[in-house]
Design a protein around this ligand. Structure first.
Ligand SMILES: Cc1cc2nc3c(=O)[nH]c(=O)nc-3n(C[C@H](O)[C@H](O)[C@H](O)COP(=O)(O)OP(=O)(O)OC[C@H]3O[C@@H](n4cnc5c(N)ncnc54)[C@H](O)[C@@H]3O)c2cc1C
Length: 224
């Protein structure tokens, strides 16, 4: 289906959010992704991007971060307003279903993207679900949705713990068992949603298994 780019906005030096209007309304679950198809330098190509907006919003946003060797991500970030692009989906089992009492969202880098969709969906729908977000970023400047997340935390709508790996901050280093135990009273209670680079996802899955958390309560997505 064709989607039209309505606008784009800068999130960080390497990240942009793109707002699209699909030709007809699309139902998706918060956390799911779409596959964008286009010609890049005359060659057909495609990549997966999670919705960063919730299904409760009229149009759909994706949030694209440039990698070290950007190709499709650069192409998307440079699209002009009004551009029409072929998109397929939604896809994926990484999605919030039902109304858990508590969710713990664990992200590194651009892994925050589908978690923002989940968070905004819970808040827009006024679900009674408690949201705890653990977010690992390199520096404070590289925190995607920084102002929005800080505002939600100040308004006590989410519990936010950011840990920085290349800068001093309230918390430093990667997400570990201590940080999880600090944020969550009873680790057996919540559903966990992990998203980030595949190696980070793998290490978080191992960590949660070590904490004795039932794998049925753990959902994960690697941005490979
Ligand atoms: C299910 C799914 C959902 C995704 N959602 C998003 C999203 O919401 N936002 C987003 O920016 N990307 C997302 N990605 C990654 C995206 O599909 C592309 O892989 C990414 O934009 C790089 O494409 P490229 O053509 O620019 O670079 P490529 O030439 O394809 O890749 C460059 C290098 O960067 C690595 N890489 C790929 N993606 C990332 C990443 N996100 N962070 C760090 N390194 C990476 C690759 O392994 C490769 O070594 C998602 C991937 C999957 C599988």
């Amino acid at each position: 289906m064709e989607w039209t780019l309505l606008e784009s906005r800068k999130e960080t030096n390497t990240t942009k959010t793109l707002l699209f209007k699909p030709k007809t309304k699309i139902d998706f679950e918060p956390g799911q992704y779409f596959v964008f198809h286009d010609l890049v330098d005359g060659i057909e190509d495609c990549r997966a991007y999670s919705a960063s907006s919730p299904p409760t919003q009229e149009h759909i946003e994706i949030t694209v971060r440039l990698t070290n060797t950007p190709h499709f991500s650069k192409h998307l970030q440079e699209l002009p307003k009004g551009y029409m692009i072929e998109v397929k989906g939604p896809y994926g089992d990484f999605a919030l279903r039902g109304t858990p009492e508590e969710i713990v969202l664990i992200s590194a880098g651009s892994g925050i993207v589908p978690l923002r969709s989940i968070m905004r969906y819970v808040l827009d729908s006024a679900l009674p679900t408690k949201i705890i977000l653990l977010y690992s970023a390199k520096t404070s400047e590289s925190i995607i949705f920084r102002n929005e997340l800080n505002k939600l935390a100040q308004e006590s709508k989410i519990q936010l713990l950011v840990t920085l790996t290349q800068e001093k901050g309230a918390y430093e280093g990667r997400i570990n068992a201590d940080l999880i135990k600090k944020a969550v009273n009873d680790v057996q209670k919540p559903e966990f949603f992990i998203c980030g680079p595949p190696l980070m996802v793998k290490s978080m899955l191992a960590l949660l298994a070590q904490l004795g958390i039932n794998s049925k309560k753990v959902h994960s997505e690697g941005f490979a």
